[in-house]
Write a protein that binds this ligand. Structure first.
Ligand SMILES: C[S@@+](CC[C@H](N)C(=O)[O-])C[C@H]1O[C@@H](n2cnc3c(N)ncnc32)[C@H](O)[C@@H]1O
Length: 546
């Protein structure tokens, strides 16, 4: 069935930069001006610059005494110089913390700073249960009380909706739009997928350094990348975010892989020599028993199964391990998706259940990373969709991945059309539809950044559009399509409140400098915490046609 109108279906690198111009240029509108500053091209830094600070701009390398006031996009602390009020952004600074920091980078009208020493700790301080918390790039806010993490996330969404989205928080109707964040019941062990890297250069945590030690060590490592470094790996024996079963596998691999008799070498990203690149662990559930099942995926630079055999023998003895895969990636890139995939033990997929359906997950398929909270998220999406329940609606599921959102509502609607750029995800979506005996779903591969005027013209008109883009949000072509389509309801699921706020602005208020009028009304924004201890924020937004 040919229903798509994509001039080209190839994947392309998504880049948020072209949007910056659009975000900045619409500051000519009468609503409150947005901050001209930008955090790593995706969001905006809060506008805190006090008049007194304009005369003060710190020099690179300068050490300053700072106080952190709040958390902003990507979990960076918004900090002020004690004497002048000048704003600096600092990774791992938490609200209330007074500290010494060294200026590392100047950016527009603010600067970035590296924390050197805490003078007085932040408010809501708790002990981080993980021994790697102070250095690991995975969890940045483990030592901030969970309630404070939630408050900070909620505040960020509110700030972005007002500054970037141009919705007024003074308007009582608008104030009621922003719902309190939904917490995650599972604070640890919530991730069903972790990817560890093998490395030739080990990164030592600052607090375990002796005076004469450098942070970079020669020893081999298996763990997570040191924040901001592609070539340094923090050695990790156990991760509190993944399942206990996955930690059993990690422990067995850590126990054996450096044994010289095994002759296993980590891949060196500088010399491009070495064999082991990544260890990916995915946890699903056995559909019949509900017990965890684990897939182990070794990403290697070449196909040498004999070399892996001793490790496989040990890992396959762990009862939860039902699948061992090998993705071979001979390119110099850091990706874990191999150009060839081999099954080394057991099955080539694991299963997970979501809203009563069963999903098969292969080594490289996209699946919501927190299955427990995905259940909550999908229920919210379905509630927002406001289905009549008579099976009459047409639903467009844009950025559908493996089809999970569309499939979980398919039984209550007439037809679901899913669009997604990754061909393998589309195959998974079709297979998942079959597995769950769903026949009213059509999944189409195509790039939603490259749609043309004919896009969707051979589909029945959609009553509901569900959007779940990744971090860069919606391309202007898609915004224009949605404004022309005028579906009664749009449910926008976002993992980036900055680009989400921008897109909501376009859909509701239009794009003045392009003569585009908005036609939607923002009815609700529901932040959901999918990833405790990390800066990530998910939002489910409901728009209705005005
Ligand atoms: C956040 S995921 C959502 C997946 C799915 N809705 C779910 O809940 O599992 C975003 C999806 O958008 C896809 N995607 C990214 N850019 C795209 C584009 N330009 N056109 C179509 N799909 C795209 C990604 O491959 C990914 O599967």
């Amino acid at each position: 069935m040919a229903v798509a109108a994509f001039p080209s279906c190839g994947a392309r690198r998504l880049n948020a930069r072209p949007w910056l111009h659009a975000v900045r240029s619409s500051a000519s509108s009468p609503s409150p001006p947005r901050s001209p500053t930008d955090v790593d091209g995706l969001g905006t830094a809060p506008t805190y610059t006090a008049a007194a600070s304009r005369s003060f701009f710190p020099k690179r390398g300068q050490t300053l005494e700072l106080v952190c006031e709040s958390l902003a996009f990507k979990g960076k602390g918004v900090c002020k110089v004690v004497d002048t009020g000048f704003v600096l952004m600092c990774d791992r600074a938490l609200p209330g913390e007074r500290f010494l920091g060294r200026v590392s980078r100047k950016k527009g009208n603010y600067a970035e700073v590296t924390k050197l020493k805490t003078i007085t700790p932040h408010w809501d301080l708790v002990e981080a249960p993980c021994e790697y918390a102070s250095s690991c790039g995975g969890c940045k806010t483990q030592n901030l009380a969970y309630e404070a993490q939630l408050r900070a996330k909620e505040q960020q969404v509110r700030d972005l909706i007002v500054r970037v989205g141009r919705f007024s928080d003074g308007d009582p109707e608008c104030a009621s739009v922003l719902k309190p964040i939904v917490p995650c019941d599972l604070k640890f062990h919530y991730r069903n997928k972790m990817e560890f890297s093998f490395g030739a250069r080990r990164w030592i945590q600052i607090d375990s350094l002796t005076d004469d030690q450098d942070q970079i060590q020669r020893g081999h490592a298996l763990g997570l990348h040191a924040p901001g470094f592609f070539d340094k790996v923090l050695h990790i024996e156990k991760c509190l975010l993944q399942s206990e079963a996955a930690n059993k596998v990690l422990a067995v691999v850590q126990d054996s892989w450096r044994d010289p008799d095994l002759n296993l070498s980590p891949y060196d990203v500088h010399t491009h020599a070495g064999f082991l690149k990544h260890l990916m662990l995915r946890t699903g559930r056995d559909v019949k028993t509900g017990l965890p099942e684990v897939m182990v995926n070794f990403v290697t630079s070449s196909y040498r199964p004999k070399l892996l055999e001793p490790l496989i023998n040990k890992i396959s003895a762990i009862p939860e391990v039902v699948s061992i895969m090998n993705n071979v990636n001979s390119s110099v890139g850091n990706t874990s998706v191999g150009e060839e995939e081999y099954k080394l033990h057991g099955k080539s997929t694991i299963t997970e259940m979501l809203r009563g359906l069963t999903f098969q997950i292969s080594a490289n398929s996209f699946f919501q990373t927190n299955s427990h909270q995905a259940e909550v998220l999908y229920k919210l999406i379905e509630d927002c969709a406001g289905l009549r329940g008579d099976g009459s609606e047409i639903v467009l599921d844009l950025f559908c991945g493996t089809g999970t959102i569309g499939l979980t509502i398919a039984k209550r609607v007439r037809h679901v059309y899913g669009y997604e750029v990754v061909a393998e995800a589309i195959s998974d979506a079709r297979r998942n539809a079959e597995l769950n005996d769903i026949r009213n779903g059509t999944f189409i591969q195509g790039d939603l950044n490259k749609i043309n005027d004919k896009f969707g013209s051979d589909l029945p008109k959609a009553d509901i559009v569900i959007l779940d883009p990744n971090r860069p949000g919606l391309h202007m072509k898609l915004i224009k399509y949605l404004l022309k389509l005028q579906a009664a309801r749009v449910v926008y699921v976002s993992c980036n409140p900055a680009t989400c706020a921008r897109d909501l602005d376009y859909l509701c208020h239009g794009v003045a400098d392009q003569g585009i009028r908005g036609c939607y009304q923002l009815k609700s924004i529901q932040p959901v915490d999918m990833f405790p201890h990390t800066p990530h924020i998910e939002c489910v937004c409901l728009l209705e046609l005005r």
